[in-house]
Design a protein around this ligand. Structure first.
Ligand SMILES: C[S@@+](CC[C@H](N)C(=O)[O-])C[C@H]1O[C@@H](n2cnc3c(N)ncnc32)[C@H](O)[C@@H]1O
Length: 231
């Protein structure tokens, strides 16, 4: 895909484009490979609070600092840095982009990193292997599909937690941000959550909406942070 607006902006442009629902995972991999070296600066410019909020939410629900955590959609490791600062040292990461994982590795906060296309490939982990899974920003149009939730449930032990932080407008039709809303993602997000609740695989523990997930052109987007307990 050609664009004059490289970096994360190119990903925002894809997300709100008409052809977003038809792009394959290779397109997303290439875009994140391409923006891996500028991603951290760009998230500072966008005043992104998602990674910080994810760490706060996880620590509110999982006070034991020795737990094993898998960070899904690791990116450059901003969530790992937050978790490390909060005292969590037993963290592995998973991402589709090898180049972005190389940036994450330099942060020195992950025990191990795995290049996996979540939603398409089986996660390289055993059943009940982790105490918690965290995903900040990984659920988005053309990104990780909510159809992977059963696979997440498989690798987190009963009693463990799944923390999902998502930009609100991607999954809920939201005033002034309609251009980013994906009806198919929103419906899939709801349906996959409900299916796991109905089949007693997980239960929703909390949902909070927080302002300022990111701020672009003076407009602040809300984030949603959700916590599920594995049954
Ligand atoms: C918006 S970034 C969030 C990164 C990081 N969690 C943060 O908060 O800064 C989304 C990440 O999800 C990854 N990603 C997108 N689709 C994926 C997939 N199907 N499987 C694994 N990772 C994926 C991207 O490569 C990118 O690093």
């Amino acid at each position: 895909m050609q664009s004059n607006t490289p970096g994360v902006t190119e990903i925002f442009e894809l997300i709100k484009s008409d052809h977003c629902s038809t792009v394959g995972s290779q397109v997303i991999r290439d875009l994140y490979d391409k923006c891996s070296s500028t991603y951290d600066k760009e998230t500072v410019d966008l005043a992104c609070t998602g990674a910080k909020q994810s760490g706060i939410i996880l620590s509110e629900h999982c006070p034991d600092k020795n737990i094993s955590i898998v960070d899904c959609g690791t990116g450059t490791g901003l969530v790992g840095v937050q978790l490390n600062t909060l005292g969590y040292k037993n963290v592995v990461g998973v991402d589709i982009s090898q180049k972005i994982l190389e940036i994450a590795e330099q942060k020195g906060v992950y025990k191990n990193l795995f290049c996996v296309t979540v939603g398409e490939e089986r996660m390289p982990f055993g059943d009940n292997e982790f105490d918690a899974l965290i995903c900040c920003g990984g659920i988005a149009p053309a990104h990780i599909s909510p159809s992977c939730f059963p696979e997440w449930v498989r690798i987190v032990r009963p009693g463990g937690s799944i923390v999902i932080v998502v930009r609100r407008c991607y999954v809920e039709l939201h005033k002034d941000e309609e251009e980013f809303y994906s009806q198919s993602l929103g419906e899939s997000f709801e349906a996959n959550i409900r299916h796991l609740e109905d089949s007693k695989k997980w239960k929703a523990i909390s949902k909070k909406i927080f302002p300022g997930y990111l701020t672009k052109n003076g407009h602040a987007s809300d984030g949603i942070g959700m916590v599920f307990e594995i049954l």
